[in-house]
Design a protein. Structure first.
Length: 358
């Protein structure tokens, strides 16, 4: 049976050459850096409704990195919006009992993971606001948001569940947060629904519900949404298994947040979209990303979702250069798992993120 000779695409050759260079660089340093990376955010566990005297328990989340990893905790008192946080003196254990000074405040927790390659700190979402007086609204279950985090889609919020002197009225205030939810601000939208504008792409959204009755008012915060995607990014996709000889994968878009990068202590969130050479989104494609030279953590390759997207969180190393006008380069590769490097369905692209001196 006659077989058509395979043509090796130039991009595939580039991918092999870059990969070999990276392997050599890694071998020269002995091993890659494995500073702790958070894969599941830490959280605060407690029995609702929160009040003065409630015991809060730290859940450190999940982490990867060079073992052994040790963990440190710092409890914080924040305003009713979960911002303007200050350390609670000597509160560095895995539990904290709220006091009268916490009334009309929320509580958050910093979890710091450390190993021989460095340390990473991640902050939890805020608790509900601690009510000040008897009869004031007290949150039994937090507000929730339903809907797809995509430009043009409409989100719907619930009030959550509250106790306190009846009647209780509710006000909704939507907030826009950065992807790490370290900064959130009211965006001016009110009501229990919100149609996402294109300007929110790459950010997260949450809702602040203010419950009010004759005894006072208390604020509750929803969990943030996923990072908002561009309109149409959740459209039809094809499985990577359906591609045939001659097809190739295309690294369509790569976005970095923050961009520019201004600190080695802040993780970088990278969103990558994969298509095929016919312009269709591809699900199930393996995607890898590595800095060149290696100056960040290198995440384990994972597969694209139904929208052809994969999102990574990478941590700059101490030698990641922060300099105005400078950029760090990354090589992104998409491929079908289990196939030869040269003969399989794949594609690659060199991208870069800018840096800026703080």
């Amino acid at each position: 049976m006659h077989r058509t000779p395979r043509v090796i695409a130039p991009m595939l050759v580039l991918g092999v050459l870059v990969g070999a260079a990276l392997l050599a660089a890694s071998s020269a340093t002995g091993r890659s850096q494995q500073k702790p990376t958070n894969t599941v955010e830490p959280s605060i566990l407690y029995v609702y409704p929160i009040k003065v005297g409630t015991v809060l328990n730290a859940e450190k989340g999940k982490w990867t990195g060079l073992a052994p990893i040790s963990y440190a905790y710092q409890w914080l008192r924040c305003d009713d919006n979960g911002q303007a946080c200050t350390n609670l003196a000597n509160q560095i254990g895995t539990t904290y009992t709220t006091t009268g000074a916490d009334a009309n405040h929320t509580i958050r927790l910093d979890v710091t993971a450390s190993n021989n390659d460095g340390k990473t700190t991640v902050r939890t979402n805020a608790t509900a606001e601690i009510p000040k007086g008897p009869g004031a609204p007290s949150e039994k279950a937090p507000p929730t948001i339903s809907g797809r985090a995509e430009a043009g889609q409409t989100l719907t919020a619930t009030t959550g569940t509250w106790t306190g002197t009846q009647p209780i009225s509710f006000t909704f205030k939507w907030q826009t947060c950065n992807s790490s939810v370290s900064s959130c601000a009211a965006n001016g939208a009110t009501g229990n629904t919100y149609t996402i504008p294109a300007s929110e792409v790459g950010k997260r959204l949450r809702v602040r519900v203010i419950a009010k009755n004759s005894a006072g008012e208390t604020a509750g915060l929803s969990d943030p949404t996923d990072v908002v995607k561009a309109s149409g990014s959740s459209g039809p996709s094809v499985p990577v298994e359906s591609l045939v000889a001659g097809d190739r994968l295309v690294v369509d878009t790569v976005s970095f947040n923050p961009n520019p990068v201004t600190s080695t202590s802040q993780p970088i969130h990278v969103t990558i979209k994969i298509k095929d050479n016919k312009g269709k989104l591809v699900r199930g494609a393996e995607v890898s990303i590595v800095s060149t030279p290696v100056r960040t953590s290198t995440p384990t390759p994972t597969t694209t979702d139904s929208a052809g997207i994969v999102v990574y969180t990478i941590q700059p190393r101490s030698d990641f250069l922060i300099k105005t006008g400078f950029s760090t380069q990354f090589y992104v590769k998409a491929y079908r798992a289990g196939e030869p490097t040269l003969a399989g369905v794949s594609g690659g692209r060199l991208v870069q993120v800018a840096t800026k001196s703080p």
